[in-house]
Ligand binder design. Structure first.
Ligand code: FDA
Length: 304
């Protein structure tokens, strides 16, 4: 109930305009957003790297409405990729197709993203295409599959364990040698497409994690759920899987204690670091995942 309220609020345009423009909104969002400027996300990445944690950089924004906006968004990613190479950061980038013009035409988005993958390859790094709501699932997978043929190993995708279709998608992607980030899924989906019950999403997560870790391809296990992490660690032990053959992934500002503990225990950890002025929908999805975050943020706000 609270989850769907926050997800609906994440699409509320007047509230979005108000929040993104207000100093208070920016201050509150800073728990989950590394800053408004490129320099801030680079500093956050350097700090993570010093703690032995890799990063994936996300310039916030989605569903752009003109080709110029899409090109502008891509320009920020080109700057990020240059900075990753120049500063030798242990980092790659994560991008959303709707930010690259997907709603305006798949051809436009593919042309822009192809430029980013090529740049990532030249910079010696990797581009992850985030997964958005189910209307984009098939097109996202198909596009990543085409881009991977051109730049093998330089582009990967995200699969959501709440979707019924995900096992079939994973089998196809593994067959093509494509790197996958496994997450539970952050959008509002109908029961015809996605498991409504958390226990089924979790059971599917574990099933899919096991398929990924046996594939011999480097994947990301993205979760803050201690039960999912424990199930992964147990599977790794039982199957004698090399810890360096995959990584855990978490979001900036979420379970920092667990991120550091995993590094201490010898696991690879990558943190998803978002930045930019268009933080509102991302921020609201984080509140949807854990409504208690509202209390947490309020407490910290008054403490500071
Ligand atoms: P779950 O939501 O069951 O939470 C388990 C526990 O983790 C909670 O009880 C709490 O302790 C902690 N926790 C979870 N979320 C928290 C939060 N926001 N604040 C504080 N504590 C929290 N989704 C998507 O649809 N497309 C995508 O491309 C991505 N990409 C992505 C990248 C990375 C690196 C991560 C970690 C996640 C994503 N996601 C995503 C989001 C993902 O689908 C999911 O919504 C969140 O990760 C929350 O799910 P958990 O697996 O953490 O478990």
């Amino acid at each position: 109930m609270l989850r769907s309220t926050f997800i609906s609020l994440s699409q509320n345009q007047p509230l979005r305009r108000f929040s993104e423009g207000s100093t208070l909104g920016r201050r509150v969002s800073s728990r989950f957003v590394a800053g408004m400027e490129i320099e801030e996300v680079l500093e956050a990445t350097e700090a993570l790297n010093r703690a032995g944690i890799a990063a994936t950089l996300d310039s916030l924004g989605e569903n752009v409405s003109t080709p110029e906006e899409a090109q502008h968004s891509a320009g920020i990613y080109h700057q990020l990729l240059d900075a990753i190479a120049e500063r030798r950061l242990n980092a790659n980038a994560s991008v959303k197709l709707t930010q690259m013009g997907m709603d305006l035409g798949e051809g436009l988005a593919e042309q822009i993203v192809a430029g980013l993958v090529e740049h990532a390859a030249m910079a010696g790094t990797f581009l992850r295409v985030d997964m958005e709501g189910s209307p984009y699932t098939q097109a996202t997978i198909d596009m990543v599959s085409r881009l991977h043929k051109q730049w093998p190993g330089r582009v990967g995708v995200v699969i959501q364990s709440y979707l019924y279709r995900s096992q079939a998608d994973i089998e196809r992607l593994i067959g093509e040698g494509i790197r996958i980030r496994l997450c539970k899924g952050a959008y509002q989906e109908p029961a015809e497409l996605a498991y409504p019950e958390k226990k089924d999403v979790d059971a599917n997560y574990i099933r899919l994690m096991q398929i990924l870790l046996k594939s011999g391809i480097f994947h990301g296990i993205a979760t803050h759920d201690e039960a999912m992490i424990a199930a992964t660690q147990q599977f790794v032990r039982e199957q004698k899987i090399d810890r360096s053959s995959f990584e855990f992934q978490m979001l900036y500002g979420v379970r920092r204690d667990l991120q550091r503990q995993l590094v201490k225990d010898g696991y690879g950890v990558r943190v998803y670091v978002p930045f930019g002025t268009e933080w509102y929908p991302y921020f609201m999805r984080r509140l949807a995942e854990r409504p208690a975050n509202v209390l947490f943020l309020a407490k910290n706000f008054f403490r500071n």
